[in-house]
Every structure is written in structure tokens, then in C-alpha cells.
Design a protein. Structure first.
Length: 239
């Protein structure tokens, strides 16, 4: 069966100057679901946003708007972090995250970001070491949230404690650690997560699917180009 959403479609989307994050993220995992109707999943995000919009509009502060989104996603709809099977590849497929309402920090963050964008709330991904986060604009500051923990608010002390847990005990919180992640960085991190999962499983064909997409996102990265070339040779040797 000829895939509807193969590598060519992914390339067409992510090489645009300002591509839609939801569309690009939904294309991750297309090797598992080549004929899935991705438009219905974008429509599902639209529907969630339509339902949460009145709650956001009623909020009287930036914190209130951020919490309205969290309350709807995590309390009302039941999205949650998949603590029981963290390394299930489906946790990185946005389609499955929307279907199953569970995922890992970065995929749940993408859901939050896309709902926030639709209701006019400025939210950005944070490429935090070892644990992706979201930050939301609140008047003259940023509110940091952990979608993996039901949108829990993180104080500076919480952020530093998390940094020391995910890196080393002497780590110091620097502005670069809590800076906004670009869409390209978000997609790359989602794919790197999958590369690790498939690598541990010894799944060469799916590792190839991931590396091909990473190479599109980071065409000037010599390590990815080298690994992709080597992996293609190994996969060809299986055929």
C-alpha cells in the first residue's frame, strides 16, 4: 500500500519557513499508520480548543488562562503521563497521544502548545534537559508547567531541583536551559527519543524511518548524515 504520509510529505512540511507544529508532529509515526487521516486529529485539537476557549476567556490573569487549559486537558479530558510504559513508541505519536490521552513530556507538551495557540495564549516549549516543559506568558513573566505531571506549576526552585535530577547534583539553572525551543528543536527531540527506543529494540527499519526525518530537519549535521548512511547499508543488507 502506497503511504499517504511518507517521507516526502514530512519533507514538504518541515522545509517551509514557518510550518505548523501540529501537522509536522502528526507525521511522526506515519510509518506505522500510512493511511491514517491526519486531518481528523487536527480537527480534534480544534474541538478541544473550542471547548476550553470560554474558560480561558473567563480567566482574569495569565496564570488563570494557563490553568484553564491545564484543568481542561488534564482534569476534564484526562490526559496524563504514561508512567507505566514510558518507552512505548506510541507515546511519541501525536495521533496515539490524542487517542489514548497519555504520553511523555514532549508529546503532552505539544498538545498543550497547540491548544494554547488556538485559544490565543502565548505558550512555548522548553527543551529542558531530560524532561520537556512548557512556559506560558503571564503579564511580565513566564509560568513554567510540567504537562507530564498534569500541568503542575514549577517554581525556580523546582526547576533547579529538576535540573539537578536530570543532569548532575551541582547544576545551576541558567537562562539558556529554560529558553524557548523552536519547532524544529521540538520535532528533533521527539525523533531522537524514538531513535533511542528503536535502537534498544534493534529495530533497524524503524530506526531508518526516524533517521531519514532527522536528516531532513538537520541537513548540516554530519553525525546524522554518517549514521544514516551506515544504517541504510545495514538495512539494505537485510533485503
Amino acid at each position: 500500500m502506497e503511504p499517504t504520509y511518507g517521507l516526502g510529505v514530512f519533507t514538504d512540511v518541515v522545509t517551509r519557513e514557518d510550518f505548523p507544529l501540529d501537522q509536522a508532529a502528526l507525521l511522526i509515526g506515519a510509518w506505522e499508520y500510512p493511511q491514517r487521516d491526519l486531518a481528523q486529529y487536527r480537527a480534534r485539537l480544534d474541538s478541544i480548543a473550542e471547548r476550553v476557549a470560554p474558560e480561558v476567556e473567563r480567566a482574569t490573569s495569565g496564570i488563570g488562562r494557563a490553568r484553564a487549559i491545564s484543568d481542561w486537558l488534564f482534569d476534564h479530558l484526562g490526559f496524563s503521563g504514561n508512567h507505566d510504559d514510558y518507552y512505548d513508541p506510541r507515546n511519541s505519536f501525536l495521533c496515539d497521544v490524542l487517542d489514548r490521552r497519555t504520553g511523555i513530556p514532549i508529546s503532552l507538551s505539544v498538545v498543550y502548545l497547540e491548544v494554547a495557540r488556538r485559544v490565543g495564549v502565548l505558550a512555548q516549549g522548553v527543551n529542558f534537559p531530560g524532561h520537556f516543559l512548557v512556559r506560558v506568558a503571564i503579564e511580565d513573566a513566564w509560568l513554567f508547567l510540567d504537562p507530564f505531571s498534569a500541568g503542575r506549576t514549577l517554581t525556580p526552585a523546582d526547576l533547579e531541583a529538576l535540573l539537578r535530577k536530570t543532569t548532575n547534583p551541582d547544576a545551576v539553572l541558567e537562562p539558556s536551559v529554560i529558553a524557548a525551543a523552536s519547532k524544529r528543536q521540538i520535532l528533533s527531540r521527539m525523533l531522537v527519543n524514538l531513535a533511542g527506543i528503536y535502537g534498544r529494540q534493534g529495530d533497524l527499519p524503524r530506526s531508518l524511518d526516524v533517521l531519514e526525518r532527522l536528516a531532513v530537519l538537520e541537513p548540516a549535521n554530519p553525525r546524522i548524515a554518517r549514521d544514516l548512511s551506515q544504517l541504510r547499508e545495514r538495512v539494505d543488507g537485510l533485503n
